[in-house]
Design a protein. Sequence first.
Lengths: 143, 495
Amino acid sequence: MIARSVILTTCARIAYPVLLLFAVALYWRGHNAPGGGFIAGLLTAAAIALRFIAHGRRDRSGASAPFITAIGVGLAIALTTAFGSLAFGHAFFTHTFGHFHLPLIGDVELATAALFDLGVYIVVVGNVITVVSAMTDREPGED
Amino acid sequence: MSNLPVLPVALPMAAGIALIFLRNSPSLSRAVALVANLIVLVLAAQLVETVRIDGVQVLNFGEWPAPFGIVFAVDMLSALMVLVTMVVSSATLLFATVSLDDARERTFFYPLFQFLLVGVNGSFLTGDLFNLFVWFEVLLISSYGLLALGSERYQLQETFKYLVINALSSTLFLIGVALIYSLTGTLNMADIAVKFPQISDKGSAGAVAIVFMLVFGIKGALFPVYQWLPRAYFAPPAVISGLFGGLLTKVGVYALYRVTSLFFVGNVNFVLPVLSFIAGATMLFGVLGALSQFDMKRVLSYHIISQIGYMIMGLAIFTPLALAGGVFYIIHHILVKTALFLVAGAVEATRGTTHLKRLGGIVDTSPVLTGLFFVAGLALAGAPPLSGFVAKFMLMQGGLEQHFYIMVGASVVTGFLTLFSMMKIFRYAFWSPEQVPFSGRGGHATRLVSITILVGLGIVLGLGAGFAMPYATIAAEQLIDPSAYIAAVLGSQAR
C-alpha cells in the first residue's frame, strides 16, 4: 500500500467534476469550433487517470476489460453513423443536421456528425484508460 | 453513385468491431471472421467486374465533391489488388483457425486480422494522398499487434525494430505529403496528377520523387532498405508471416506504382532509370541473401525481396506489356508466396521447426504437402506452365523490347538461383531421409485445403493466362494513360 498524498487527493476530488464538465463543453462546441470528441475524450481520460493516481484502484484484476469493450462500442457507434447514410440512399459518411427547439435550452443545432463524434469520444476514453491501466496495473517491486 | 467501393473497407471494420466483443469465444470468432471474409471476397469480385465493364469507380465520401472531399477511386489495379487480398486472407484465415494456439486466438488475433484488411484495402482503394497515409497507419498498427502477439522474446525484439523503421518511413511519408501539398495545393491524387506538370520548381518536384521512392522503398523492402524484412517476418508464427509476406510489402509496391504512374512519369526524368537500377539490385541481393540461409522461413523471406525486384522491373520499363507483366507478377506472387509460407507453417506445426538441417522425410509422412510445396516452388521460380512463368515471360519480353539487357540478365540469373534455392528446401526438408527421428501426428487436413486453394489458383493463373491477361492489360493501360482515372475523379465535380 502506497501512502497517499492528502494534497493530491483533495485537489483531485475538486478537479475531477470540473474536468468532466469542461470535457462536455469541449465536445458540445466541437462541431463548428475547436474542440470535439477526440479532445474531450482525452480530457475525460486524463480526469479518470488523475483519480487512479490520487486514490489508487480498488480492484486491479481485469479492471481494463470494460474499457476495451468501450473501444468496441465507440467504434460501432462511429461506423453506424457512417453506414446510416446508406439507408437514405446517400454516399457513405454523408451527414446531415437540423435545428431543433429544446425546452429550457432554446434553438439548438443537432448534427448526425455529433453522433460520430460521440463514438470517437468513447474510443479515445477506452483506449487511453486501457493503456494507462496496462502501465499501472503493477504492485511496486512486481516484475 | 454506388457505395460498392467502400464496402471492402467498411465490412471488415464492422467484422473487426464485432470480433472485439466476441474475443472470449474463439469458435464464434472463427465463424464470424470467415463469413465476413467470404462476403467481402464476393464483393471484391463484383468490384473487379464493375470496373471492367463500367470503367473507374469513384465514391465521394459524404458527397463532398473532389478535390475537396476524400474520394475512393477504383481502377483495375486497385480492384485486382483488393480481390487477391481477400483471396489470400480467406485462405490464411482458414489456416489460422486450426493452427493458432488458444492464447493468441483470445488476445485479439481476429479483430487485428480484420483491421489489417481494413488498412490494406483502404490503401488500395483511396484516391487521396493523405488518406493513403492514414490507411498505411491503420495497417501498420494492426501489423504491430499481430507481430507482437504471443510476446515471445525474439518477437518483441524484432517487432520493436519493425516499429521504429516504420515510424521513420511514416514520418518521411508525411514530409512527402506536405511537400506535394505545398507545391500543388491539393491532396487528391487525380488533382495532383493534373497540377504536378505545372510545378515550375523542377528541383522540388525531384525532391518529392526521391522522398516517395524512399518511403515506399522502405515499406516495400526494396534495395537498399530491405534489411528489416527477413528478421521481422521470421519472428511470428508462419500463418502471420505468410499473410505479411504475401500482402504487406505489396501495399508499398502498389503505392509506388500509383504515385509513379500518376505523378512522376514524364515530369521527373530520373525516376524510371533509378527504379530500373533498384529493380535489378533488389532481385540479385534478395536472392543472394536467400542462398546463404538455412531455415525455410528465412529463405522464403529473402525471396520476397528478390521478387519485389521483378514487380519494380515492370514499373521501371513502363510499357503496356511490362506493366501488365508486373501486375500479373504481383498477383501471382501474393498467391504463391503465401502458399509457401503456409507450407512452412504446416511443417512447423507438425515438426516444431523450420530449420532445414533438422527436417527431412516429409515426403513419407505427408506426400500431399510435399507435392504442394513442389508445385508452388516451381511456380515461384517461373517454371512453365505455372503462373510465375507467364509473368516473368512478359516482363522479360517487355524488357528486351526496350533494350533493358542488364536488367533482363539479372532477372534470368535470379530465376535460376530461385529454382536452386527452392530445390535446396525440397531436397533437405522433403526428399532427404529423416535427420531427426520423427514420431508425430499427421498434419491437419484443413491446412492442406487452404494451401491447395492458393496453389490451385497459381496453376489456374498459369494455364488460364489467356483468361486472366485482359484484366492485367486493362490495369496496365490505365496506369500508362491515367486520363480516365483523372476524369472519373474530377469529372464528378459536376454532379
